[in-house]
Design a protein around this ligand. Structure first.
Ligand SMILES: Nc1nc2c(c(=O)[nH]1)N[C@H]1C(S)=C(S)[C@@H](COP(=O)(O)O)O[C@H]1N2
Ligand SMILES: [Mo]
Length: 313
């Protein structure tokens, strides 16, 4: 596994002394580890997180919050359920099936679909449709590179991602009244999937992705609401027509296909104009304005040129 240093590792501007030394340690570790290959996917050796921020200078959400406050309905609907029960899911071995409009289809071992692909660290804002948000240092493979290895055909216009369906290990899938028609599915237009910001995530905070965050592979599209970022992916399908997605099937009036973060289009039951940036408490709610496309408009707005974003929500 090749490891590329985080893109914002270059010393720039004013840095705290601790962060400076942490960076030096990291650069040293990189130098020592150059050519080493015994690093599990999702691992960035000794990545320094002290004093790290997003490109807008926002502090990272603590790792303990990112890995204990989750949505992963396969393990229950309480925010604590995934951290409590996701260890019951076996992630080794892991197989990914590729089907549809591509030259290379079939069943592949996880090692074979990540082999030779360079992982990067990306610090992204992450905004749930429920109006809470985090700033997360993800590790992952640019989705364009991940998908290109399957050689999608010209007729492929969308890509659909499907989560593991294994009721014996996912107690939420055994629940009688879950409402969701398992497995959880999500999809993107192929040009959205190929956008340089879109990531196939394998890790967080420099470590392999914990099960509750969607190990071993999950989608990340930082300008869209969190429900698009489907977890624990076992199938990828290239399609000509727009696939349905789980939350759109469940409540089409509330959740669309596009799900671009948009402070001007409210959820029918609550406002999307602001968000609670975690950590958020009763006394310090940390409520901040929500930005169009979650602050990534400059990079992605052109994908939707000419589209009525109230209609295509
Ligand atoms: N398979 C699956 N993927 C899923 C979900 C889910 O319930 N099942 N929840 C989604 C929602 S609503 C959000 S906000 C994010 C939460 O990701 P996190 O727990 O890593 O913060 O995962 C998304 N991916
Ligand atoms: Mo969400």
């Amino acid at each position: 596994m090749l490891i590329k240093p985080p893109i914002d590792i270059a010393p720039s501007g004013i840095t705290s002394e601790a962060a400076f030394h942490a960076r030096r340690r990291f650069v040293k570790a990189l130098a020592l580890g150059a050519g080493a290959s015994l690093v599990p996917p999702g691992t960035l050796a000794n990545a320094p997180y002290e004093g790290k921020t997003s490109e807008r200078g926002e502090a990272l959400t603590p790792e303990e919050i990112i890995t204990s406050y989750n949505n992963f309905y396969e393990f229950g609907t309480d925010k604590g359920d995934p951290a409590r029960y996701a260890h019951e899911m076996t992630i080794e071995p892991w197989t990914v099936e590729v089907r549809g409009r591509a030259e290379k289809t079939g069943k592949f071992a996880l090692e074979d679909v990540t082999k030779g692909l360079v992982e990067e660290e990306r610090i992204y804002r992450f905004r749930c449709v429920e109006a809470w948000s985090m700033v997360v240092p993800w590790t992952g493979i640019p989705m364009a590179k991940f998908l290109a290895q399957f050689e999608p055909k010209g007729s492929a216009k969308y890509v659909r991602f499907t989560t593991l369906h294994r009721p014996s290990e996912m107690r939420g899938q055994r629940a009688l009244f879950s409402g969701i028609d398992w497995p959880y599915v999500e999809a993107l237009r192929l040009d959205e999937a190929y956008h340089p910001l879109t990531l196939m995530v394998t890790g967080v905070y420099g470590k392999p992705l914990p099960n509750q965050n969607g190990a071993p592979l999950r989608l990340m599209v930082p300008w869209k609401y969190g429900f698009k970022s489907v977890k624990s992916i076992v199938q990828i399908a290239f399609t000509e027509r727009q696939p349905r997605n789980t939350w759109n099937i469940l409540a089409p009036q509330e959740y669309g296909f596009y799900a671009n973060v948009n402070p001007e289009v409210d959820h029918p039951r609550w406002s999307q104009a602001t968000e609670r940036r975690l950590p958020s408490t009763l006394f310090n709610p940390n409520r901040i304005p929500t930005l169009p496309f979650n602050g990534y408009g400059e990079q992605v707005a052109e994908l939707y040129a000419g589209m009525d974003l109230r209609r295509y929500y």
